[in-house]
Design a protein around this ligand. Structure first.
Ligand code: FUB
Length: 345
C-alpha cells in the first residue's frame, strides 16, 4: 500500500502542479488562508491572494521548502481575487505560469506570468488569455514541443456558464443571470440540474487549446475534451466518474493520460487516449475520497518511480478551505492499470 506524507506542515497549500526542472521537484500550489469568507457551492471560501513555489528533493520522505512568493493578486491588473489553481511549462529556457483568477466582472479567466527561472519571480501579463474562461489550467508539453492547456471546472469554476461553447461565445448566464429565463438558480447543484435537466445527457466537457509559439495566447479555439465509456459514448452527466475539475495530463509509453477530479462524487479518475485532444477512454479510479470536500492533484515520474501529489483537510480538522499538500507513490498493476489508492489511508 502506498504510504503518504504531508509535504508542507507549516502552511495550508492545495492544488499542487508538479514538475521536475534541473533534477529538482518544483511544486506550484494554491495558497489557502483563513479569510473568514463563508463556505458555499461557488467556492466563495477560496479567497487565495498570492502564489508561492515550493521545491522538494525526496518525494519518499522529505518536506518541501518554500522558495517564496512568486506574485500577488495586486500585481495582476485584470484579476480582482481568487487566485485558484495554476500550472507551469518551460519553453526555450523561459517559464510560463498559467493561472486562474476572477476578474472585476466576476468571471474567471486564465492568465500568464513569465519568468527566467522556475522559482520566479513571475511577471504577470496585463490581460488574461484571449478567449479563456473558467479555472484549473493544466499545461502539457508534448514530445514534439507543442504545448496544450487543458482547463475547466464546474460550479464555482463557471464551466457550465460556457456550455455550449463556440468561439467568441460569451457566458450564457451571469452569476444570477436570467438571459435564459433561469432567474433563480438556487444552489450550484440545482443550477447545474436546471441547465442540464436530463441526467442522461452527456457530461459537460472540459476544454483544451494548443498554445501560441510565445505561450501567451491560445493558438486555436478551445476544443471539448470528451471522456468515453465502454460503449464508446461520452460519460453521462449522472455518472459519478465524469469530469468536474482539476485536469492533469501526462504521457506514458505513447499514451495520453487525462486525469481529473469528479468533484461532487469525490474521486480522482483517469482516462487514456491516443492524442492530446482525445477522446479519452475512461479507465478507472486513481484515488478514493479524502477528508475534505474533494481533492486536486498532479502525477509525475521522478527517478524511475511515479508519484501522486494531492491535498486533503486532515490537518485543519476537515476545514474544506484549509488544505494540506500530500504525496504518495503511484503504482501500475500487471495489466498496465493504475492501482487505486485509498484516500483515507
Ligand atoms: O483551489 C480552488 C479550487 O478548489 C480549485 O480550482 C479546484 O480544483 C478545487 O481544488
Amino acid at each position: 500500500m502506498a504510504t503518504k506524507h504531508y509535504l508542507f506542515p507549516s502552511d495550508y497549500m492545495a492544488d499542487p502542479s508538479v514538475h521536475v526542472y534541473n533534477g529538482k521537484i518544483y511544486i506550484y500550489p494554491s495558497h489557502d488562508w483563513e479569510s473568514g469568507a463563508g463556505e458555499d457551492d461557488d467556492g466563495g471560501h477560496f479567497q487565495m491572494k498570492d502564489y508561492h513555489v515550493l521545491t522538494l528533493s525526496n518525494p519518499d520522505e522529505g518536506e518541501a521548502e518554500d522558495q517564496g512568493m512568486i506574485f500577488d493578486v495586486n500585481e495582476v491588473p485584470w484579476a480582482e481575487k481568487q487566485l485558484w489553481d495554476s500550472d507551469v511549462v518551460e519553453k526555450d529556457g523561459k517559464y510560463y505560469y498559467i493561472f486562474s483568477g476572477k476578474g472585476y466582472d466576476g468571471v474567471f479567466r486564465l492568465g500568464v506570468a513569465v519568468a527566467d527561472k522556475p522559482e520566479g519571480p513571475f511577471v504577470p501579463q496585463p490581460f488574461p488569455i484571449r478567449g479563456s474562461f473558467s479555472i484549473d489550467p493544466c499545461v502539457f508539453k508534448d514530445d514534439d514541443g507543442s504545448i496544450y492547456t487543458y482547463f475547466g471546472g464546474l460550479w464555482g469554476g463557471q464551466l457550465q456558464w460556457w456550455q455550449p461553447f463556440e468561439p467568441g461565445f460569451e457566458p450564457i448566464i451571469g452569476k444570477h443571470g436570467d438571459e435564459n429565463g433561469l432567474t433563480d438558480m438556487g444552489s450550484a447543484p440545482t443550477r447545474q440540474h436546471e441547465l442540464f435537466a436530463n441526467p442522461d445527457m452527456p457530461a459537460l466537457p472540459s476544454f483544451v487549446a494548443k498554445m501560441s509559439d510565445d505561450v501567451l495566447q491560445f493558438a486555436e479555439a478551445p476544443r471539448r475534451v470528451v471522456v468515453i465509456g465502454e460503449d464508446g459514448k461520452p460519460l453521462k452527466a449522472s455518472d459519478p466518474h465524469r469530469f468536474f475539475e482539476a485536469s492533469w495530463v501526462f504521457k506514458k509509453e505513447g499514451k495520453y493520460y487525462f486525469t481529473y477530479s469528479t468533484g461532487d462524487s469525490h474521486l480522482l479518475c483517469y482516462a487514456v487516449g491516443d492524442n492530446p485532444y482525445g477522446p479519452f477512454k475512461y479507465e478507472g479510479v486513481i484515488l478514493t475520497p479524502v477528508v475534505g470536500w474533494t481533492t486536486h492533484h498532479s502525477i509525475i515520474e521522478f527517478k524511475g518511480k511515479w508519484y501522486l501529489f494531492h491535498h486533503d483537510s486532515v490537518p485543519s480538522e476537515g476545514k474544506t478551505w484549509l488544505r494540506s499538500l500530500k504525496v504518495c507513490e503511484l503504482e501500475w498493476d500487471e495489466n498496465g492499470k493504475i492501482k487505486t489508492i485509498e484516500g483515507l489511508d
